[in-house]
Write a protein that binds this ligand. Structure first.
Ligand SMILES: [Fe+2]
Length: 196
C-alpha cells in the first residue's frame, strides 16, 4: 500500500502493521529481532545450578523492535513487543533480564496483548512494586524505575512497548545488583519474595 504523494510531501516512515491479536509485526526489513535463551541468562535466576542443567537453546523470551529513527535520537520513539515464554528455572518463573534505561529519567509504556504475568518495578532505592499483567493492562513505567516481566502461566505472555529513542538500556546495574524481589512458585502459585 503506497501513501498518497503530494508535491513537497514530507518524508515519513511508512506505517507498518502490528497484529493486535498476537502483538507481532510483519516487516522483516525494518524490524530488529532478538531472542534470549536459557543459555544466555547466566546468573539471572536464583537457582543457577538448575539453569545449567536445562536445554541451553530453550527460548525464555523474544523481542521485536521497530526503530524509525537512529538510536539515541532525542525526541523520537521506538515501538516493539516482547513475548516471555512459559517455563521455570527451579521454582522461579521465566522472566526478562530487566533493566533501567541508560538515560535513567526516560519512561516507557507497556500494554499486554495476551497471557498473564507480573510486571516487577524497582526504583533506585530498591523499593519494589508489582503490577498484574493481563490482556489489555496498560502500564506506565516512570523514569529511574527498573522493569522486568515475569510469565506466571503455562502460555506465552506478549506485550507491546513504546519507549524514547534516546532511552537506551542499562542491563549492567541489574546484572550486578538484581531486583529486590523475585517471583517464585510456592504451593503452585506465584509469590513475590523479598531478595536481599
Ligand atoms: Fe525499558
Amino acid at each position: 500500500m503506497n501513501s498518497t504523494v503530494h508535491a513537497n510531501a514530507m518524508r515519513l516512515p511508512e506505517p507498518l502493521s502490528t497484529d493486535l491479536k498476537t502483538g507481532l509485526m510483519d516487516d522483516d526489513a525494518r524490524i530488529e529481532r532478538a531472542n534470549k535463551t536459557v543459555g544466555q541468562m547466566e546468573n539471572v535466576f536464583l537457582d543457577e545450578l538448575s539453569r545449567r542443567k536445562m536445554d541451553a537453546a530453550k527460548l525464555v523470551y523474544a523481542v521485536e523492535a521497530w526503530k524509525p529513527v537512529a538510536e539515541g535520537t532525542e525526541g523520537g520513539l521506538y515501538w516493539g513487543n516482547s513475548t516471555v515464554f512459559p517455563g521455570m528455572v527451579g521454582d522461579e518463573y521465566f522472566m526478562t533480564r530487566g533493566h533501567y534505561h541508560a538515560r535513567k529519567d526516560r519512561a516507557e509504556f507497556y500494554a499486554t496483548v495476551s497471557g498473564r504475568g507480573l510486571l516487577v518495578l524497582m526504583d533506585e532505592h530498591r523499593h519494589a512494586s508489582v503490577q498484574e499483567m493481563g490482556a489489555g493492562t496498560t502500564h506506565y513505567i516512570p523514569g529511574k524505575v527498573a522493569h522486568r516481566v515475569v510469565n506466571t502461566t503455562e502460555v506465552p505472555l506478549t506485550f507491546l512497548a513504546c519507549w524514547p529513542s534516546d532511552a537506551g538500556h542499562d542491563y549492567q546495574t541489574i546484572a550486578q545488583q538484581g531486583f529486590s524481589v523475585r517471583v517464585m512458585r510456592r504451593n503452585g502459585r506465584p509469590e513475590v519474595v523479598a531478595q536481599s
